[in-house]
Design a protein. Structure first.
Length: 159
């Protein structure tokens, strides 16, 4: 069973009322990164490649926090601090506004007990402007049986 947006909102900080949806909560754009060096995923370990934080106002415009992104892949960090409660699993989906603008947000499952400011892969297929704080994803929660809670290397990431 999926939980309501109001239930999920109780597990997040500093939300605007407009972020709470009937079946989830909208996450907003915090920061955009471009990967510069390769990472490595092995059987027992992983290394995230070096990345560079992009300037949201590369032309020195009015300082309104707009990223102007050319086609390519980018890492986005969500602005909200997430806490997935025990007995739940989180699923993150792109907002349709991204899809309608030739962009896709690739995400992963968020396990019970995860806490942090998560990240996703933004695929840009046609240039786009994204403002810091814009709603780009919707987080949903489903009740889930599990043994233990998340205690991996991304626990408390970006906090």
């Amino acid at each position: 069973m999926f939980r309501s947006g109001a239930f999920l909102a109780d597990h997040l900080d500093d939300l605007r009322e407009s972020q709470v949806q009937p079946n989830g909560v909208d996450l907003t754009l915090g920061t955009v990164f471009e990967q510069e060096r390769p990472g490595r995923i092995e059987r027992g370990d992983k290394t995230v490649g070096d990345r560079r934080e992009l300037d949201p106002n590369p032309d020195g415009d009015d300082g309104n926090g707009v990223y102007r992104l050319e086609p390519g892949g980018y890492i986005v960090r969500y602005a909200e601090r997430i806490r997935i409660p025990e007995e739940h699993v989180g699923f993150l989906y792109p907002r349709s506004s991204l899809l309608r603008n030739s962009c896709m947000l690739d995400t992963a499952v968020w396990d019970a007990g995860y806490e942090g400011r998560g990240e996703g892969l933004l695929e840009v297929h046609h240039e786009i402007e994204l403002q810091t704080g814009a709603r780009i994803a919707q987080l949903t929660l489903a009740a889930a049986d599990h043994e233990g809670i998340y205690d991996g290397s991304y626990q408390r990431e970006n906090l």
